[in-house]
Design a protein around this ligand. Structure first.
Ligand code: CA
Length: 417
């Protein structure tokens, strides 16, 4: 990637450098529309289009005034990439077109503090994978057998399940502690009440950019053509409900009460430069899952817990590069049977745990099933998440002095009714 600088003043630690140029949906007063981000500003894409800055790109009128990005994303990568590249050019130091127009500059740049970010897409379908070998090993060790922590299928199939798109919410939306049915190990009968083991799951999700027809499959080689970009994804989980309900068909009410996402979709193209080799897979995967080369992403991930009226406590530092199964394999596996995909679908990675105890991606693992409580700076301890806690996830990539970040996904937990 060529080193470019912008005429917008950007802090070196900003997630929204000129190399990023993500897409999201913002609300300012009554105005809702598609935006990008640079430094501390949201870029009003509808304004730029109305002033002819995208004249060379085939864009329908009003495409940036939709309440979601689905229609824009559905125009296809040649168009969406042209918009992103056009923005990089417009905001580059060596380009005068927008830089020298004071009125347009003032109108298209909105301070981030003045807007509310909305869900970037309407999510037609949501799938949750289980692709971190460290996470699957930790959970298998805790709940089954340390000597056979991974089930026999795990290294042959990118294991996943179909989740609930209706309860995917954007950062800043609080979640009420869910109630459900649980059964303590020593109890003879189940009981009902607010979950006592509310947990986060640190994940990333990719968003798809094309519809396919039922019966079609996407190969590992083609997968990237169908992926628009990524968001941070907090897959909230009620562990006590999960343990009681999950056999034989997997999680149900323990997962469908809410999943929180970061508002900016970072494009696959913006992340191309931080791709790294995927971990070696042994045993060898079946031919339809073969995907050699740099298919993983070196993205630093962090989780904080902020107790009510107190400061943030960093509880985990992980990295997306640890994933055993990569996104090409996930999408190829998902569609190998002819399952169709849609624009705006979200495919979550599964909890991203690293190899060391401070890099685990859930409280279940960090506090090891409640046996190793985590100390907060205010003197309290956490085994799981309390009412009044805010959980914040952040992520960014950095290489050769170029930073591309995700911002954050932040969720306050309210007490049950
Ligand atoms: Ca999950």
């Amino acid at each position: 990637m060529k080193k470019t600088t912008s005429w917008v003043e950007i802090d070196p630690n900003s997630d929204f450098s000129i190399y990023n140029i993500p897409f999201g949906v913002f609300k300012k007063g009554e105005q809702i529309g598609a935006g990008s981000a640079i430094g501390e500003f949201v870029i009003d894409l509808n304004y730029l289009q109305s002033k002819g800055y995208f004249a060379s790109i085939e864009l329908p009128t009003g495409i940036f005034r939709q309440p979601t990005l689905n229609e824009f994303i559905g125009l296809g990568k040649p168009i969406t990439n042209a918009v992103r590249e056009g923005l990089i050019t417009l905001f580059s130091n060596d380009n005068q077109e927008l830089q020298s127009n004071e009125e347009d500059k003032a109108n298209c740049l909105i301070p981030m503090a003045d807007v509310e970010m909305l869900m970037p897409v309407k999510v037609p379908n949501y799938t949750d994978f289980y692709s971190s070998i460290e996470h699957a090993t930790n959970v298998g060790t805790m709940f089954r057998d340390p000597d056979n922590a991974l089930l026999p299928n795990w290294k042959h199939i990118p294991v996943g399940y179909h989740g609930r798109p209706s309860s995917i919410i954007v950062s800043g939306t609080p979640i009420k502690r869910p109630k459900g049915q649980t059964k303590a190990l020593d109890a003879t009968e189940p009981s009902f009440g607010p979950t006592q083991r509310l947990d986060f799951e640190l994940e990333m999700a990719f968003v798809t950019s094309q519809n396919t027809n039922l019966g079609e499959s996407i190969s590992t080689q083609e997968a990237e053509d169908y992926i628009f970009g990524f968001v941070l994804f907090n897959d909230w989980s009620a562990r006590d409900v999960q343990v009681w309900e999950y056999v034989p068909l997997g999680p149900f009410l323990s997962k469908n009460f809410g999943s929180s996402v970061s508002p900016w979709i970072i494009t696959l193209e913006a992340l191309e430069y931080i791709k790294v080799e995927s971990p070696a897979q042994d045993p060898k995967v079946l031919p339809y899952l073969e995907a050699g080369g740099k298919k993983n992403f070196d993205i630093n991930l962090q989780v904080s817990i902020q107790p009510q009226e107190s400061e943030e406590n960093i509880v985990s530092n992980s990295n997306f590069k640890y994933m055993y199964w990569n996104i090409n394999q996930q999408l190829a596996h998902h569609t190998v049977n002819g399952c169709n995909i849609e624009v705006g679908d979200m495919y979550a990675s599964g909890t991203i745990s690293g190899p060391t105890p401070d890099s685990y991606g859930s409280m279940l693992e960090l506090a090891w099933k409640g046996t190793k409580p985590i100390k907060m700076n205010d003197g309290t301890e956490r085994k799981f998440i309390n009412d009044g806690d805010t959980v914040i996830m952040r992520g960014y990539a950095e290489k050769d002095g170029k930073r591309v970040g995700f911002g954050e996904v932040k969720t306050l937990i309210l007490p049950a009714d």
